[in-house]
Design a binder for this molecule. Structure first.
Ligand code: 5GP
Length: 188
């Protein structure tokens, strides 16, 4: 059996990670996305247990106390974390598991899974990122401002990652991600 592998995809909010991940999963059924827990309110159309496990802050803190999260971080005023058990079970079964998480979580994974493949998705420019965040119309002005502030910190750390991929042309970015995942598979 091939050893399982953890793939971490990080990049600022609004860079298009969600859409890239959706296409990656559609095109590569051998990839399994980890469903995170969060204390953020569901956005319209988001489904509990599909997009996230939406938890109260008390419940999230209980998960931390129980040590049932592989990593967690506070982001723009909410908690986000990766449930440990599903990831460990899939890795042990030889599967490729994708985590779509922010910078602090990616750093934590580097400690626990040093062989994880870590990819950072960059916007073509910070101006374009701001435009994307505003045009998707999902967040308040205050939330967008917090996300942009965090984006600058994250982008400054992008060189910590194994691959930096610019999401300018969507299809090109997708192919670059696939080639990073599948060409590295045999070496890790
Ligand atoms: P959003 O609120 O836009 O869904 O996500 C905000 C940020 O939280 C994104 O950068 C996303 O990658 C990150 N995120 C989602 N799930 C997790 C998680 O389980 N752990 C960490 N550390 N970050 C997460």
């Amino acid at each position: 059996m091939q050893p399982g592998k953890l793939i971490v995809l990080t990049g600022p909010s609004g860079v298009g990670k969600g859409t890239l991940v959706k296409s990656l999963l559609d095109r590569n059924p051998q990839l399994h996305l980890s469903i995170s827990a969060t204390t953020r309110q569901p956005r319209s159309g988001e489904v509990d247990g599909v997009d996230y496990y939406f938890l109260t802050r008390a419940k999230f803190k209980q998960k931390i106390a129980e040590n049932s999260l592989l990593e967690w971080a506070e982001y723009a005023g909410n908690y986000y974390g990766t449930p440990k058990e599903p990831v460990e079970t899939k890795i042990a079964a030889g599967k490729l598991v994708l985590l779509e998480i922010e910078l602090l979580g990616a750093r934590a994974i580097e400690q626990t899974y040093p062989h994880a493949l870590r990819l950072f998705i960059l916007p073509p420019s910070i101006e374009e990122l701001e435009r994307r965040l505003q045009s998707r119309g999902k967040d308040s002005d205050e939330a967008i401002a917090k996300r942009l502030e965090r984006a600058k910190i994250e982008i400054a750390a992008s060189n910590e990652f194994d691959f930096e991929i610019v999401n300018n042309d969507f299809e090109t970015a997708l192919i670059e991600i696939e080639s990073a995942i599948f060409s590295c598979q045999s070496q890790r």
